[in-house]
Design a binder for this molecule. Structure first.
Ligand code: HEC
Ligand code: HEC
Length: 343
């Protein structure tokens, strides 16, 4: 018995040490967990953010060397002033101006999710960039070719050596560097955050009323503080045979037309909206929930009553206040942070 207690004591001690070590990794000027956020899900122990790794990731993110025509960079479709979306483009344009079938989502707070893409087809941030690099509609390149270009370049071998101590650039380290930069893209300084963290900001009457509306009708899916519960749902957008959503990954009937519930942080900056970019303004999104939602295969239960569609019953005033609240989710510090910009 005494020995068992000893073993347990030692285990507790080791776990405490490990937790302290990880917390240290998570608390430097490049990455800090905001006071109102939960613990991140990214495995930082395998790829802690360092200055060299973050800066290398940033250089790669803005470098068209990752594409086959050496014209398209990640930053081409993920623009900082639009919270790293492709502002003004409903579907993203890639090499040779080829059109993809989906709208580019923001890159923010990715350390808190393990579901990437509108269909959740990628579950690890360290694997995610393989998709755009090799997709014929995006960067149209092959990994061996990218590695060849990077290894032959003047700067990159030195930069990878400084960041990771390696003398050959491999896919693994390319992905780790991009992840370090993307994990650093934390957006948690909107007015909403300043109110919640009691940093001296206060909601106006309209915003406070809109927050109530939001909590009644939107928050179960767009859950605080990340404004997504990281699940998939169908919100009554018109069905399109070209994109079956989550079903394309799982082949389960109940996943047909389900899409990732997107975060609403910085939502005023990221028009157009939805997986296909088919809604142009926030007013039209609110009208979608009030009036235009369709009876679809797998429409979420929260929009059904006795098997019949029940759209969100907002008065004009409530709709207006809801928009005021959504405006408090804009983080201007994030979109102007020079650490995140092309250098
Ligand atoms: C041609 C435009 C384009 C380029 C170039 C591009 N992306 Fe994307 N990105 C998209 C689109 C569109 C999606 C959504 C795809 C989907 O859901 O199927 C996306 C999704 C993502 C996501 C998932 C975000 C989330 O919340 O699910 C990440 C991360 C990402 N891109 C990072 C990158 C990186 C890193 C690069 C460069 C290696 C890159 N992108 C290049 C258009 C682009
Ligand atoms: C049942 C879950 C659910 C509820 C409740 C819900 N949404 Fe959504 N929302 C979604 C899903 C899923 C999408 C993505 C749908 C798509 O792309 O086809 C979405 C997309 C959006 C978008 C577009 C985001 C982007 O980046 O393109 C906005 C804005 C939005 N919702 C606002 C709201 C508001 C405001 C409410 C409350 C009136 C609300 N949602 C209620 C599930 C929900």
């Amino acid at each position: 018995m005494r020995n068992q207690l000893k073993v347990i004591g030692i285990l507790v001690f080791i776990v405490t040490l490990l937790t302290a070590a990880t917390d240290k990794l998570l608390d430097n000027y490049l990455f800090k967990v905001p006071a109102n956020f939960p613990k991140p899900s990214y495995a930082f122990a395998n790829n802690p953010i360092t200055k060299e790794g973050f800066e290398l990731g940033r250089k790669l993110f803005y470098d068209p060397i990752l594409s086959s025509d050496n014209i398209i960079s990640c930053g081409f479709c993920h623009n900082q002033p639009a919270a790293f979306t492709h502002h003004g483009h409903d579907l993203s344009h890639g090499i040779e101006d080829r059109l993809g079938k989906r709208n580019a989502p923001p890159i923010q707070n990715l350390a808190w999710t393990n579901r990437f893409m509108w269909d959740g087809g990628v579950f690890d941030l360290d694997l995610q960039p393989i998709v755009p690099i090799t997709s014929p509609d995006e960067m149209g390149e092959t990994l061996p070719q990218v590695l060849k270009k990077l290894n032959a370049s003047k700067d990159y071998p030195i930069l990878f050596k400084n960041a990771f101590g390696v003398s050959t650039i491999t896919t693994d380290y390319l992905m780790k560097a991009l992840s370090q930069f993307m994990n650093g893209l934390v957006s948690a300084n909107s007015k909403y955050d300043q109110v919640i963290r009691q940093e001296g900001a206060e909601f106006t009457e309209e915003e406070a009323a809109g927050y109530k509306v939001f909590k009644s009708y939107c928050a179960s899916c767009h859950q605080e503080p990340l404004f997504t519960n990281n699940q998939f749902a169908n919100n009554g957008m018109p069905m399109n045979q070209n994109d079956l959503g989550r079903y394309e990954i799982t082949l389960l009937q109940e996943d047909k037309y389900l899409f990732k519930i997107p975060s609403l942080r910085n939502i005023m900056l990221t028009a157009p909206y939805m997986h296909d970019g088919s809604i142009n303004s926030i007013d039209d999104v609110i009208q979608h929930y009030r009036l235009n939602m369709q009876t679809t295969t797998n429409l979420d239960n929260r929009f059904l009553k006795n098997g019949q569609i029940e759209r969100v019953p907002l008065s004009d005033i409530e709709a207006k206040n809801l928009k005021h609240f959504l405006q408090t989710l804009t983080d201007t510090i994030f979109i102007h942070n020079p650490m995140f910009s092309e250098q």
